[in-house]
Design a protein around this ligand. Structure first.
Ligand SMILES: Cc1ncc(COP(=O)(O)O)c(C=O)c1O
Length: 361
């Protein structure tokens, strides 16, 4: 049965949900997408080890996974040299962000968020009943940490940092994160989202595990969606002080990750060559794309991630539309910029054709 569009439900949702924005999608196109550059994912599938592990676990879908994802937590603790009570797993790092915020943000509390950053952040904050406080990035696309620290007050429950930042690609250094942690109250939760950590090859990137050991209010978010190529299976994890992790675990579902996804992530953890190959391919393409953009005279931010951001302002939509016409899907942030995800082997050639047309249009 389909409801008629005029019939509304007599049930009311929480009033706070009225202001929650909708997670947006790639620009619609009439041309079939041949190069997918609108999602920050790995284009080349999984390793044979992961495929075999998933197929093997498919033999018994009737059985629940291990309670609490403890098998995956144990493997991660071994791999990271952490204790199991410092780790929580869930169906994606975004879910963990939701649980962490639900556990630590009281109704009406403020959550300081860099902006522009991952568009899910304000949605997560609003759905917990908190108030997102958006602090504009610096003009080079990096977080304005001084302004973010200044925005923290007694009513602030949490701060989110994203490094490398989606969608600008700019990453924080170790000293920047350490300095920031020194300025915010120890009672304010600081979430450092490291979804794109593997693509950041700088020597001075944040040694975040070291920082967690020194700051009981810091929690890291990591994911198997990007460099491990498992976006469709939805697995992420959080690392932090046992009390912070325990609070999130209280509201996590009892089986936070599906059995197939646990099998895949365990196999992926044991197959670092595949992760390294995904990262290497992104680094190569990042160089190629940055040359193409420079040759076309287009601005881009210094990216440490598997995507590149062009701060084109009002011209963003025009370039996004040209890309779409050429079968290249991208993400347009109207009036701000265009994000091109890296990885698809056809991207440099397709982009080069588009850029030639953009220059003359
Ligand atoms: C910064 C950032 N954090 C988290 C996520 C979500 O990751 P996951 O697939 O683990 O939920 C994304 C996805 O694009 C992201 O860009």
């Amino acid at each position: 049965m389909r409801w008629s569009s005029s019939a509304s439900s007599p049930v009311s949702a929480r009033p706070q949900l009225a202001g929650v924005p909708v997670y947006s999608a790639a620009l619609a196109s009439t041309v079939p997408v041949t190069v997918r550059a609108s999602s920050n994912e790995a284009p080349d599938g999984v390793s044979p080890a992961v495929r075999d592990a998933v197929i093997e676990r498919l033999a018994c879908p009737n059985r629940y996974p291990v309670l609490g994802g403890v098998d995956l937590i144990t493997a991660l603790a071994d791999a990271l040299g952490a204790d199991t009570d410092e780790i929580a797993v869930a169906d994606g790092s975004l879910s963990l962000l939701n649980y962490l915020l639900l556990a630590h943000v009281w109704p009406g509390a403020r959550v300081v968020v860099p902006w522009r950053s991952y568009e899910a952040y304000p949605i997560c904050v609003l759905t917990t009943g908190g108030e997102p406080v958006l602090v504009p990035n610096r003009t080079d696309g990096g977080h304005d940490l001084a302004a973010m620290a200044a925005a923290v007050d007694d009513a602030t429950a949490a701060v989110i940092l994203c490094s490398p930042n989606n969608p600008t690609g700019v990453a924080l250094t170790h000293d920047e994160v350490a300095g920031f942690l020194g300025t915010v109250p120890a009672s304010t939760l600081v979430v450092l989202d490291e979804a794109y950590l593997d693509f950041d090859a700088r020597a001075d990137r944040a040694r975040s595990r070291e920082l967690v050991a020194a700051h009981a209010n810091l929690v890291l978010l990591r994911t198997f969606s990007k460099a491990y190529g498992l976006a469709g299976l939805r697995v992420g994890y959080a690392i932090g002080h046992p009390d912070v992790i325990a609070a999130a675990r209280k509201i996590l579902p009892p089986f936070p990750v599906s059995a197939l996804s646990v099998a895949a992530s365990l196999a992926a953890l044991g197959d670092d060559a595949h992760r390294a190959a995904i990262v290497a391919a992104v680094h190569t393409q990042r160089g190629q794309v940055s040359v193409l953009l420079a040759e076309a005279g287009l601005p881009s931010f210094a990216t440490e991630a598997n995507f590149v951001w062009l701060p084109l302002g009002e011209r963003s939509r025009a370039l996004g539309a040209l890309c779409a016409e050429a079968g290249v899907s991208t993400r347009v942030f109207d009036g701000e910029g265009l994000r091109i995800s890296l990885g698809d082997a056809g991207l440099p050639e397709a982009l080069s054709g588009v850029l030639a047309r953009f220059a003359v249009s």
